[in-house]
Design a protein around this ligand. Structure first.
Ligand code: CAA
Length: 259
């Protein structure tokens, strides 16, 4: 990583690209520059062949308590239109490498939306998720109504979005929003362990699995199946496919190169 950032920390270790939201005094409230820094770090990691998996976390007692209310309080509709600020969020969704989120404390509003940009989520037992925008007389603007509905269905999403209530980590897990709930003191350790496990998987498989799963959300079953099939075939053009299958036949451990 050859850039220093103001609102995030970023670094790489053992194939894992780390991004930590770093505005703990305001519970990592997400301002515009922070989003562009997150995107910039993600895109650098996406291009760096040493990085296999990205881990997103927050510093301090919260993951992120939402978009920065102070920054947007006096904006007009035209400011939003001209800033087109949510484009960066769209680009996060097309990062090719797996993104794993580690959520502690609050993941609210834009913070919940940032968590939903991750492919998998680990949360501490004190994590709370929710969309409190309705209490500010607005609504989610960075994908909350869309991503939550696709994950948990219309009627449940309506309730969480319209009440602004906060859900516990256990409830979020029951609804299929998060993968694991762990004790707070173990959150980073457990998430890193999982990321390290994925970092050893064949990178091209992860890449095309991610793409295919994303298409499953948007495509019809038929279109999705066609897409999956093309990706399945494509993997047979890789050296790793030969290595994986030969290693199985020769009863040895595969050595993947990501090619
Ligand atoms: N924006 C800006 N500052 C925020 C913030 C936010 N979203 N959330 C918290 N902060 C700041 C507080 O103003 C406070 O700053 P000061 O110490 O300078 O006063 C600091 O973080 C600590 O917060 P609290 O003292 O309020 O902490 P608490 O433990 O009492 O409460 C909380 C925690 C319930 C999360 C409360 O801070 C809160 O309700 N925050 C706002 C949550 C929210 O409404 N999020 C949605 C934002 S809109 C959005 O996200 C739109 C979108 O879709 C893109």
């Amino acid at each position: 990583m050859n850039r220093t950032f103001e609102y995030i920390n970023a670094g790489m270790e053992n194939g894992i690209g780390f991004v930590e939201l770093n505005r703990p005094k305001v519970l990592n409230a997400i301002n515009r520059q922070m989003v562009s820094e997150i995107l910039s770090a993600f895109e650098q990691f996406d291009r760096d062949s040493e990085v296999k998996v990205i881990l997103l976390s927050g510093k301090g007692r919260a993951f992120a308590a939402g978009a920065d209310i102070d920054e947007m309080a006096n904006d007009s509709a035209i400011d939003f239109e001209l800033l087109n600020q949510f484009t960066d969020w769209d680009r996060i969704a097309v990062v090719k490498k797996p993104i794993i989120g580690a959520v502690q404390g609050f993941a609210l509003g834009g913070g919940f939306e940032m968590a939903l940009c991750c492919d998998m989520l680990f949360a501490s037992d004190d994590a709370e998720f929710g969309f409190p925008e309705v209490n500010l007389a607005v609504m989610p603007g960075a994908g909350g109504t869309q991503r939550l509905t696709k994950l948990i269905g219309k009627t449940r999403a309506m309730e969480w979005l319209m009440t602004g209530d906060r859900m516990s980590a256990k409830e979020a897990q029951r609804l299929g929003i998060i993968n694991r709930v762990v004790a707070r003191e173990l959150l980073m350790e457990e998430t890193k362990k999982f990321a390290a496990r994925l970092a050893k998987q064949p990178p091209l498989s992860l890449r095309l699995i991610k793409e295919s799963v994303h298409k499953a959300v948007d495509y019809s079953l038929y279109e999705g199946m066609q897409y999956e099939r093309k990706n399945f075939s494509l993997l047979f053009a890789s050296e790793d496919q030969k290595e994986g299958m030969n290693a199985f036949i020769e009863k040895r451990k595969p050595d993947y190169k990501g090619k």
